[in-house]
Design a binder for this molecule. Structure first.
Ligand SMILES: C[S@@+](CC[C@H](N)C(=O)[O-])C[C@H]1O[C@@H](n2cnc3c(N)ncnc32)[C@H](O)[C@@H]1O
Ligand SMILES: [Zn+2]
Length: 272
């Protein structure tokens, strides 16, 4: 069952009225379309910002065509396990931010009562919804939104995750503050992000090999995705540990616990 009850207006946090094709904010009157059961909450009242966000999203839409396949993986199982191991109660409601094709969202849904998956790319959330349906998982609702304007009220979630995206956000501090806002007190935010660390680049050669051995159609999709991601890659910010600690303090989180391997850091922080 898709649960639309928890959504509020991402612009003013007002209540939303639902009809078959859209949500309308009862307060600021913004209207948000629903595309194949998935609400689109990208802000509509700031045209300039909206344009930047849509442009950004379209690069990930291209990637969504091969995301989660052998051509371009999402979070591997060990990352998913490390991120979700602090889930302790089946009655919890969780949020997976920048859920991509749902690699973390689906395993989370098996551990708790309900999960919301959100991402800036409609292509990604559509794919995530398809894959959940294929696995007969019916306790996830997906929506499209920007991490800086989540369509949920304060203190909505018992557990929040964000895998592989903090280093891609233009303003990590704003993003973390918004995650803090929607998390309940005494609850955990689990993040996977990239650290600044020089390691041999084994990913690109491996991807080139995959590309060679795949079909012409796959190779074309891979090329399109690679090209569209070049812009994003150039803007990725790899954190130092000190920088992360600073960010965590500034945004009000506590209890920083982490595991590092290679350039990857997986950490839990708590809203006290
Ligand atoms: C590397 S993927 C990670 C996907 C998934 N969490 C996983 O672990 O496989 C990064 C995701 O961040 C999303 N993203 C990028 N900028 C975003 C933003 N401003 N707001 C919400 N999601 C964003 C992208 O659309 C993409 O799906
Ligand atoms: Zn509103």
């Amino acid at each position: 069952m898709i649960n639309y009850q928890n959504y509020v207006c991402p612009n003013c946090h007002g209540n939303l009225a639902l009809n078959s094709i859209s949500f309308k904010c009862q307060n600021c009157k913004n209207s948000y379309p629903i595309d194949k059961t998935i609400p689109d909450f990208l802000l509509v009242n700031n045209q300039e910002k909206g344009e930047i966000l849509r442009n950004r999203a379209s690069q990930f839409d291209e990637l969504s065509k091969i995301y989660g396949s052998s051509l371009w993986g999402g979070s591997p199982w060990v990352v998913v396990w490390l991120l979700t191991r602090k889930i302790r109660n089946r009655n919890w409601i969780g949020l997976d931010i920048s859920c991509g094709a749902g690699q973390v969202t689906r395993p989370m849904a098996k551990k708790i009562s309900y999960v919301h998956g959100v991402d800036i790319s409609m292509g990604m959330v559509q794919k995530a919804a398809e894959l959940s349906k294929k696995d007969s998982i019916d306790n996830i609702a997906f929506a499209r939104c920007d991490v800086e304007n989540l369509p949920f009220t304060d203190s909505s979630f018992d557990f929040v995750t964000c895998s592989g995206a903090l280093h891609a956000y233009p303003d990590a501090e704003k993003a973390l503050k918004e995650m803090w806002r929607v998390l309940k007190t005494n609850s955990i935010l689990a993040i996977m992000a990239l650290l600044e660390q020089k390691v041999p680049n084994i990913i690109d050669p491996a991807k080139r090999e995959l590309k060679k051995s795949s079909t012409k159609d796959d190779a074309e999709k891979f090329n399109n995705a690679s090209n569209s991601m070049k812009n994003v890659d150039a803007k990725l910010h790899r954190f130092t540990l000190e920088e992360l600690k600073d960010l965590i303090n500034k945004t009000g989180f506590n209890d920083f616990k982490y595991i590092k391997f290679g350039p990857v850091i997986i950490f839990n922080i708590k809203k006290l």
